[in-house]
Design a protein around this ligand. Structure first.
Ligand SMILES: C[S@@+](CC[C@H](N)C(=O)[O-])C[C@H]1O[C@@H](n2cnc3c(N)ncnc32)[C@H](O)[C@@H]1O
Length: 234
């Protein structure tokens, strides 16, 4: 199912489709695991997961899907791109790209203040101090001075809290320049998530990613992967 199909889909009531994020498993003990994106990442990423400071402290399915897609299809493009990840949590996608693509520019992984320590730990675990920088970037706030206008924006599982939708939209407007592509992967949990999709489509050119061989399987889980770009002439 594509994003367009999803928009016209009827049937689900306005309520919750899934509470997996709302009721995150806060009792899960902190641990470190090796993530190799089904063999696409050598060496694997060492990812510390710790939910003490928020639900971004674990790898979410949309982050795994986005990371795998980028490693499979976009290595060359990413090598030459300046990259900013939004709502990075522990830094899953940005760190994976730093290990797998070795971009020429520093990769900026960003999130709110409570996630900074975990991002720093994961940078250190993987010896990426020279390749990745963690920063506080609260959606809706001006772009921090050390964050460049990027060629590529990464955002995985950032659509889940309705009051944050306009803030995220504002940040996409601030970051997506005429030559920027945002790789955006999200899980639709509530019908309200489509309000965000509609608002993004009004403002940007949104296209389904069509070259991911895994897409049929994750669309069954209501996970969608698309690109977001500036509309021509804007
Ligand atoms: C579900 S987690 C996804 C984490 C990671 N991208 C992944 O896929 O594993 C959503 C992330 O968005 C971040 N976030 C939520 N609201 C935010 C805001 N207003 N500004 C910046 N980050 C925010 C959270 O802190 C959290 O780390």
């Amino acid at each position: 199912m594509s994003l367009s199909d999803l928009e016209s889909e009827k049937g689900d009531a306005d309520g919750l489709l899934s509470e997996d994020l709302v009721q995150s498993p806060t009792h899960k003990a902190a641990s470190t695991k090796a993530v190799d994106f089904d063999g696409l990442l050598t060496p694997p990423l060492l990812l510390r997961e710790d939910l003490t400071s928020g639900n971004g402290g674990q790898a979410w399915p949309a982050g795994m899907i986005l990371g795998k897609y980028l490693l499979r299809r976009k290595r060359d493009e990413l090598q030459d791109s300046s990259i900013v990840e939004l709502g990075a949590g522990g830094g899953l996608c940005g760190l994976a790209i730093a290990v797998g693509c070795r971009p020429k520019d520093v990769v900026h992984i960003t999130d709110q203040q409570p996630m900074q320590a975990l991002m720093q730990q994961n940078i250190a675990h993987n010896n990426l101090q020279d390749a990745v920088k963690a920063s506080v970037y609260d959606w809706g706030n001006p772009r921090p001075q050390d964050i460049p206008q990027p060629d590529v924006v990464l955002a995985a599982d950032c659509v889940y809290f309705e009051p944050a939708f306009p803030l995220l939209l504002q940040t996409l407007q601030d970051l997506i320049g005429p030559n920027t592509v945002c790789y955006f992967c999200f899980k639709r949990r509530r019908r309200a998530d489509m309000h965000f999709v509609k608002a993004v489509k009004k403002m940007f050119l949104v296209e389904d990613v069509t070259d991911d061989p895994d897409s049929a399987s994750y669309s069954w889980e209501n996970i969608f992967l698309c690109t977001i770009k500036r509309k021509p002439g804007r």
